[in-house]
Design a binder for this molecule. Structure first.
Ligand code: NAP
Ligand code: FE
Length: 374
């Protein structure tokens, strides 16, 4: 019998107005002063910040706003947030936003409690005390509200790097699709495709267990009715809730297995070409699946069954339509990115092992580059 481990120490609350209804008790348990970590604009417009402020005021708790988190948060941003948390003596952190504010908040929660020099942030395994963190996602993509990962821009290595440690798990996640009603069309597509990548990569991970795989396939089934119409202009509240649930499941499963080569290969696309995170994964996903299919056709068939598709070329057509015109990268870049990717253990975390040439090939197929063998 297969031995199974499943660890997810996050209280998950999902439902309409859950911030107004459940957060009063949750916030009170964490202390007197909150640091709210968020992006520059969206939380002020989508109602999430209003709800959080209302609860904190009603609880007579004090708070300070750090609304400087940019997409793909930098080291400077998280050190600045941590300095503020220390200066105001915050007892806990509330993150509102997409993956960027939630990931930044995890690093801030760590750095507020521990002196870690910038040069050691990516080399030292995080452990020990952090500030308690409550996450309120406002995109349906990353699942960061339930993961132990904080993905930050790593300028020294010219890529994005994950801090990964149990101490980075949030205490609680509060999820309500109402905050996503005005999420723009492109952000809806790209973030949902990030969730799709999490589910697919986790299902095809070497570390998948029977449970994580069942959940991943369940998430793919839940996404199926929406996948081909992610570019719709009208979204009901129920649709937003459904997308948020698939993204939550994506987070739950990558918290068990981590992501794989697709995410690894997507990071330089974001770093060098400023391609949105979810889009970067989606651009690479079909070529990766074609490679896996050659060695493990049954695993790809399970994913196709969950999507009610007959073959990968049907999935490719859906993805091509959703992604629209593709960015260009050069053959030289494909080679450089592949030579960096093969150094990472993540390149081997899927059910098939990849060579540097395989990775180069996936970039080339994804961007229609002529691949010249040496
Ligand atoms: P994001 O970078 O958090 O946000 C993208 C944009 O969407 C921002 O301009 C943001 O505006 C806006 N936005 C957010 N919520 C909105 C809403 N409800 N309505 C309108 N606009 C809204 O994007 P993301 O895709 O959610 O997160 C990507 C990041 O997460 C990447 O850094 C990626 O590496 C990371 N990630 C982490 C994990 C993990 O497990 N930790 C997994 C996957 C990805 P504002 O800036 O004004 O808020
Ligand atoms: Fe992701």
């Amino acid at each position: 019998m297969e031995s199974i481990q499943f660890y997810l120490p996050v209280r998950i609350v999902f439902g309409r107005d859950c911030v107004l209804q459940q957060a009063p008790g949750l916030f009170r348990e964490q202390g007197q002063k909150a640091l709210i970590v968020t992006g520059r604009f969206s939380a002020k417009k989508n109602g999430a910040l209003d709800d959080v402020e209302q609860v904190l005021k009603q609880n007579q708790q004090t708070y300070v706003l750090f609304d400087q988190v940019e997409s793909n948060p930098s080291m400077d941003c998280v050190y600045e947030g941590a300095a503020l948390a220390r200066q105001v003596q915050a007892d806990f952190i509330i993150a509102i936003g997409g993956g960027s504010p939630m990931d930044a908040a995890k690093a801030i929660a760590l750095l507020a409690c521990q002196d870690i020099p910038k040069a050691q942030l990516f080399t030292q395994q995080p452990r020990g005390k952090t500030l308690p963190l409550i996450c309120i996602p406002t995109t349906a993509g990353t699942g960061s509200e339930v993961t132990q990962y904080s993905v930050l821009t790593n300028d020294a290595q010219k890529t994005k790097t994950s801090l990964a440690a149990p101490c980075l798990f949030p205490q609680a996640a509060l999820l309500d699709g109402k905050y996503m009603m005005r999420l723009p069309r492109t952000a809806t597509i790209h973030t949902a495709l990030d969730a799709f990548s999490h589910l697919v990569e986790s299902a095809l991970s070497k570390s998948a267990s029977v449970w994580s795989k069942k959940l991943a396939l369940k998430g793919i089934k839940m996404l199926q009715p929406y996948l081909s119409r992610l570019d719709a202009s009208e979204w009901s509240l129920e649709d937003r809730d459904a997308l948020l649930q698939t993204s939550l499941l994506g987070g739950v499963v990558i918290a068990q297995t981590s992501t794989t080569a697709v995410h690894l290969m997507g990071y330089p696309l974001t770093y060098f070409h400023h391609i949105d995170h979810g889009r970067a994964n989606a651009l690479l996903l079909c070529a990766y699946l074609e490679k896996v299919e050659k060695h493990e056709p049954a695993s790809i068939q399970e994913i196709l069954d969950a999507l009610q598709l007959e073959n990968l070329s049907q999935l490719n057509s859906i993805m091509d339509r959703l992604l629209g015109p593709k960015e260009t990268i050069s053959l030289e870049e494909a080679k450089q990115f592949a030579s960096a990717a093969i150094q990472s253990p993540k390149s081997q975390s899927g059910i098939i092992s990849l060579t540097q040439e395989d990775i180069e090939n996936i970039y080339c197929r994804s961007f229609h580059l002529a691949f010249q063998r040496p």
